[in-house]
Design a protein around this ligand. Structure first.
Ligand code: 13P
Ligand code: SF4
Length: 327
């Protein structure tokens, strides 16, 4: 069994009010008006960014928000594939990403050329792509899914088709177990979520025996198996609201704690630990800083640009997802 280091747990205790806004956050709110911009932020962003956002949510909620946005500018505080998705569904807007290098290990694990080669060798395969992939991969896929709708999407794929699930083998395995649908898995994973171990989670459980564990499906099976709830980040908010427990262990990226503290302020949240740290940050999500958010609005850059042929090809499986998701 790998040794788990000793460290103090990271706890977000109930609080009466969120921290007050700083000068730079006020500047962002003024620029937002001036630029006619909307700020969409993923649940993993730092608290200062979540506080100035118009909407904070998971990949599915953010996709709907991006599609419906009427502002001239969408400032997307998340990672590259998320901002790219916003541009695909709403090409008439300027879509800004505070740091263009904010990528994703899952997206990197499935280059479009490799998927194209696989499809050439296996032309009958039906490709279900987790939204954590590039526009090029989306353009080669039949339908997209998020962690919030994956079960629903996979169960609607025609029964006579063989499915290839890309790029997350852990989410894919979980969906396959939940739906009973056999799928071939692309061998990708989230470098951050695979760092959660059963040893570290069992250890924190001993310290908080009454706290249920909620884990993201990108975690490995051994961790998912000991969790009380496996769900998308948005569903974690729902679980936290509805659970009778006063303390909850949150096995996902640490930014989620800010969202939970805001929406469920009366409860205590404990960060899911790894073997070496009391919490787990995604280094890509954390590339967006409050200064970069301000600067992006000031100079309207960096902006997402995309080849129109790729965009149109990538839109079809996203639209299929949005339609199937409502079904
Ligand atoms: P959610 O859609 O559940 O927010 O997950 C996105 C993600 O990147 C998880 O690592
Ligand atoms: Fe990608 Fe993992 Fe970061 Fe999510 S947490 S953006 S899957 S690297």
């Amino acid at each position: 069994m790998p040794a788990v280091l000793d460290y103090e747990p990271l706890i977000v205790a109930p609080r009466s009010a969120p921290p007050s806004l700083t000068a730079i956050q006020d500047e962002i709110l003024a620029l937002k008006q001036e630029r006619n911009a909307v700020i969409l932020a993923h649940n993993y962003q730092i608290e200062a960014i979540q506080q100035v956002a118009d909407y904070v949510g998971d990949s599915l909620g953010l996709s709907y928000q991006a599609q419906a946005a009427e502002a001239d500018v969408i400032l997307f505080c998340g990672v590259h594939f998320m901002a790219e998705t916003a541009k695909i569904v709403n090409p008439g807007r300027t879509v800004l990403l505070p740091d263009m290098d904010a990528g994703c290990s899952l997206s990197d694990s499935c280059p479009a050329e490799r998927l194209a080669a696989y499809k050439e060798a296996n032309p009958e395969v039906y490709v279900v792509a987790y939204i954590n992939c590039s526009a090029g991969v989306k353009a080669l896929s039949d339908v997209i899914c998020t962690s919030g709708n994956a079960k629903k999407i996979v169960s609607q794929v025609p029964a006579d088709r063989e499915i290839l699930f890309v790029p997350d083998q852990n989410l894919g395995q979980w969906v396959s177990q939940q739906t009973g649908r056999a799928m071939k898995m692309w061998p990708g994973s989230c470098y951050a979520h695979v760092q959660f171990t059963t040893e570290a989670i069992e250890k924190i459980r001993l310290q908080f025996p009454d706290a249920p564990v909620m884990a993201h499906p990108e975690c490995v099976q051994a961790v998912r198996d000991i969790a009380d709830e496996v769900c998308s980040t948005e569903m974690m908010v729902k679980f936290a609201k509805e659970s009778p427990a006063q303390q909850i262990i949150v096995v996902t990226e640490s930014g989620m704690l800010h969202r939970l503290a805001k929406d469920v302020p009366e409860k205590t949240f404990i960060a899911g630990p790894t073997n070496t740290c009391a919490c787990n940050d995604c280094r890509f999500m954390k590339m967006n800083t409050i200064e970069k958010v301000r600067d992006a609005l000031k100079i309207l850059s960096p902006a997402i640009e995309m080849d129109e042929t790729v965009r149109v090809a990538a839109l079809a499986p996203i639209q299929r997802m949005l339609d199937w998701s409502k079904a």
